[in-house]
Design a protein around this ligand. Structure first.
Ligand code: C5P
Length: 293
C-alpha cells in the first residue's frame, strides 16, 4: 500500500482526509441494538482535511480548529487507541489535523479523519494489517468510518459499516452549502419515525444510479426538517436560486446542490459555501492532494 507525502528526514506522513456525501440514503428500520438499518450510496468529494502524523517522544494531538474537542471523544483518538490495541503499537505519536470540513454537517469529517489515521498508521508501521482488517476495525470506531477505506464510491448497508465497492461515477461538480447551525446525528435518528418513510427499494435506486438515472433521496431530511424547519426553507431558497437538485447529506445540516444555480455569501451570509467534485482513489494508494482553496 502506498499513499500521501512521506518525508524521509522528518518521518512525517501527510495525508488528505476527504468528506463524503450520500447520493441516496434510505432508512429501512430500527434494530434491536438501537441503531438503524440503512442503505446508502456514499461518494467521496474533494473537500479535504489534512492530517500530518509521525512518531515522536511523546503523544501530541493538535488541530487548527480551536473549538474541536481533542479528548478521547475525538474519533482520531479512538482510531489511534484501536490501532494500538489491535497491533500492539506503543510508540508515541504526534498528529496535527488541518480542519476544512465543517462539523455537524453530515459530511463525515470525523469518520474520514479516523479512517485516514488507520490507513496512515498502518503505512507508517509497514502495513501489518490488510485492507479488510482495517475496514473491520474501522466499524468499531463508527458506522461511517469503513466507507472512507473504500475507493471513494460505495454502497453501504447494515448500520453503514457493510460496504460494497463500486467503480467511480461520472465526474460531477456540485456546491456544498452548510448553514451556521449544525445538526447532531444522534438527535436526528431519535426524531426519525420509521413508519413515515416511503417504501422505495434501495437496490432499485442503486441500479438507477449505475445506469445514469439519479434518484436522489435522503430519508433523514424528514426528521431534520421537523427539528429545524428553517433548513427546509434554505433548501427551497437554493432551488429558487436555480439548482435542479438540493439534497441534505447524511444527518445534515449541509446540503449539496447540483445544476446551474448560483450561491454567494451575500445571499447566504455566514454559510460555508464550496464548489466540489467527486473524488476517488486508486487501489493501493490514498487520496491525492486537495485543490487550492
Ligand atoms: O456509529 P456512530 O457513533 O457514528 O453513530 C452515532 C449515533 O447515530 C448512534 O449512537 C445512533 O444513535 C445513530 N445511528 C443510528 N443508526 C445508524 C447510524 C447511527 O441510529 N445506522
Amino acid at each position: 500500500m502506498n499513499s500521501g507525502l512521506f518525508s524521509q528526514d522528518s518521518g512525517l506522513l501527510t495525508l488528505q482526509s476527504p468528506a463524503k456525501i450520500n447520493l441516496f440514503l434510505r432508512i429501512l428500520g430500527k434494530r434491536s441494538d438501537g441503531y438503524h438499518e440503512l442503505a446508502s450510496l456514499f461518494q467521496a468529494i474533494d473537500l479535504c482535511d489534512t492530517i500530518e502524523m509521525c512518531f515522536a517522544n511523546h503523544d501530541r494531538f493538535t488541530c487548527t480548529d480551536p473549538n474541536l474537542p481533542l479528548d478521547s471523544s475525538n474519533l482520531v483518538q479512538k482510531a489511534i487507541q484501536l490501532f494500538r490495541k489491535k497491533t500492539g503499537l506503543s510508540a508515541p505519536l504526534q498528529v496535527h489535523l488541518i480542519k476544512r470540513i465543517p462539523k455537524e454537517a453530515g459530511l463525515g469529517g470525523g469518520s474520514s479523519n479516523a479512517a485516514t489515521i488507520l490507513w496512515g498508521l498502518n503505512q507508517l508501521q509497514g502495513n501489518p494489517a490488510s485492507l479488510q482488517e482495517l475496514i473491520s476495525w474501522a466499524s468499531e470506531v463508527g458506522s461511517d468510518v469503513p466507507f472512507f477505506l473504500s475507493e471513494g464510491t460505495a454502497y453501504c448497508t447494515g448500520r453503514g459499516e457493510k460496504i460494497r465497492f463500486l467503480p467511480p461515477l461520472p465526474e460531477q461538480t456540485l456546491w456544498i452549502v452548510k448553514p451556521p447551525r449544525g445538526l447532531a446525528t444522534k438527535q436526528i435518528y431519535e426524531t426519525l419515525q420509521v413508519r413515515q418513510l416511503e417504501n422505495r427499494d434501495p437496490e432499485k435506486i442503486l441500479k438507477g444510479f449505475l445506469a445514469g438515472n439519479y434518484g436522489y433521496i435522503n430519508d433523514l431530511e424528514i426528521p431534520a426538517f421537523s427539528l429545524w424547519p428553517g433548513l427546509s426553507q434554505i433548501k427551497q431558497r437554493l432551488k429558487d436560486a436555480g439548482f435542479d437538485q438540493v439534497i441534505m447529506t447524511g444527518s445534515g445540516s449541509a446540503l449539496y446542490c447540483i445544476g446551474p444555480g448560483k450561491v454567494s455569501l451575500e445571499s447566504f451570509p455566514e454559510f460555508f459555501l464550496q464548489k466540489v467534485s467527486f473524488c476517488n482513489r486508486s487501489s493501493g494508494y490514498w487520496y491525492g492532494l486537495p485543490k487550492s482553496p
